[in-house]
Design a protein. Sequence first.
Length: 256
Amino acid sequence: MLLNDKTVIITGASRGIGRAAALECARQGANLVIGYSGSDSSRPLVDELIGEIRSLGRAATSVGAPAGDPDTGDKLVDAAVEHFGSVDVFVNNAGICPFHSFLDMPRETYLETVNTNLNGAYFAVQAAANRMKEQGYGGAIIAVSSISALVGGAMQTHYTPTKAGLLSLMQSCAVALGPYGIRCNALLPGTIETDINKDDLADQDKRDYMIGRTPLGRLGRPEDMAGPIAFLASDMAAYVTGASLLVDGGMFVNLQ
Ligand SMILES: NC(=O)C1=CN([C@@H]2O[C@H](COP(=O)(O)OP(=O)(O)OC[C@H]3O[C@@H](n4cnc5c(N)ncnc54)[C@H](O)[C@@H]3O)[C@@H](O)[C@H]2O)C=CC1
Ligand SMILES: C[C@H](O)[C@@H]1OC(=O)[C@H](O)[C@@H]1O
């Protein structure tokens, strides 16, 4: 197992990529802190996930707190220490992408997206890193960025800068935290079928276009992200830091 007895915190883990990553980390021997928004609608999903993790023989607890709140990182770290005694891996995954055109982008939509996806991540990474430094034996931090860190989207002008920001944050943190043995890497998913793009991909033409751009011939599944996240979290990636791992079925390189 890649993550035996490690404590892994994952934000936005109630569903989608975060959920799949939590289950894979549990299969690899980790105990989990499940970060979620704190909304009543997410609670049953979180309870179900915790049940699944326990049935895999691992332990899990949850923290309901909005990703954009600068205090959320401290709450996640405190829960990890209280329940499991350490923070070994921090996965910043929570994110939103309310598709909207640029010229009439509502200020609140822009600000909520940047707060949720990037500002909260900054302070959460800082909280995890401080704990890892205190522990004295390193750790792994992974930000779920996106192929959108590298390319644009007309309906994503508020979103793509947050994903480029996360990639940049991991690069700078790799430099800042390397001396403490803390590795920082970015995962760049392509188009993965989850709730975040359910409405967008309900348009059959758009869906066919995205599949057509993907050399592997299908959209991604949350489970496709889980292995790469577990790898980056593990000692198999002991010399990997400041890296970005594009997991997109080949979409990015498919120009013609
Ligand atoms: N699905 C895709 O095609 C891609 C997704 N990503 C990124 O992957 C990450 C996970 O998204 P998906 O699993 O695809 O979508 P999803 O919508 O299924 O999951 C997003 C998660 O973030 C949580 N979340 C949203 N707002 C939150 C808040 N304010 N506080 C705490 N949690 C909050 C949701 O409850 C959910 O658990 C996001 O950061 C997204 O930007 C990156 C590239 C592609
Ligand atoms: C939400 C989008 O479908 C998804 O998010 C990303 O980061 C990808 O680039 C896709 O556009």
